[in-house]
Design a protein around this ligand. Structure first.
Ligand code: OOG
Ligand code: MG
Length: 260
């Protein structure tokens, strides 16, 4: 089988798994030679097909940028994926889990870009100048693999388990150097499940934006203004089922939703 046939088989399997809500066995179990590079090639093909279906890009996400998340899924290096406009959920509303397999939620910080990044070798200074806002956010994950079980190339191919996201409205940039130390709590049905702070992400979520910008620069790609960048989960992800009421509580804003 040629490389591209094999790649398209994976793309089809992942799309079918999502559509049919039937998780598949991770590819790397049967295919020792499945590389990280090939995982990214599968992810790119998924993005191209989504755009051909009429989807619009909202931005990008970093994953496995905190020790909590790396322990959560047993994979220990940062990865990136894309997020689509149709995946955005409104805060305070309901989130439909009907089309998801085994959803989980995690608190994150989202950066919004006011300027492009990646045209020149990115530095932290450029990242600070390019980020126009930092917002409380959460991500909804849904692995297309059985048991949320995968290795690095698999989860990259599956667009880093991306399924949904929610953004707050209160800009956090005013906290300046204090931002990494803001406390975040995550509750389910009123019960405290986990706590964290943005320092969990590389010590400062802006360093996650920098890591993404460096990857883009290396690949000859640019992060365009207006892009939303999810910088990575602060805590382990929390499983959710219909009926659950979820709250992610920041000092200046809460993100909540009811699962249906
Ligand atoms: C992989 C996606 C990781 C994050 O924020 O660390 C991620 C997974 O946990 O399934 O989105
Ligand atoms: Mg995430």
């Amino acid at each position: 089988m040629s490389l591209s046939t094999n790649r398209m088989d994976k793309v089809t399997a992942l799309r079918e798994a999502r559509r049919n809500k039937q998780p598949i066995v991770a590819f790397s179990g049967n295919e020792a030679e499945f590389t990280l590079e090939e995982g990214y090639a599968v992810q790119r093909a998924l993005l191209e097909m989504a755009l051909a279906d009429g989807e619009e890009l909202a931005g990008f996400k970093m994953g496995l940028t905190s020790r909590a998340k790396q322990r959560d899924v047993g994979v220990d290096s940062a990865i990136h994926g894309f997020i689509l406009k149709s995946q955005e959920e409104e805060k305070g509303g309901t989130v439909n889990l009907g089309h998801r397999i085994h959803p989980r939620v995690e608190p994150e910080v989202a950066a919004v870009l006011g300027k492009p990044l990646g045209e020149t070798p990115p530095t932290l200074r450029e990242v600070r100048l390019a980020v126009s806002g930092l917002f409380p956010a959460l991500e909804i994950l849904d692995s297309r693999y059985q048991g949320f079980s995968f290795r690095l190339p698999d989860v990259v191919a599956d667009n880093t388990s991306a399924s949904g996201f929610m953004l707050g409205h209160q800009d956090l940039t005013g906290y300046g150097g204090e931002l990494p130390w803001l406390g975040v709590s995550m509750k389910k049905n009123g019960e405290l499940i986990d706590t964290g702070c943005p320092a969990a992400v590389f010590g400062d979520p802006l360093l996650s934006v920098l890591a993404l910008a460096k990857e883009f620069y290396k690949a000859g790609r640019v992060l365009s203004p207006g892009s939303v960048i999810l910088t990575g989960g602060l805590t382990a992800a929390m499983p959710i089922t219909p009926g659950d009421f979820v709250e992610v509580i920041w000092p200046n804003e809460s993100l909540s939703f009811r699962c249906i």
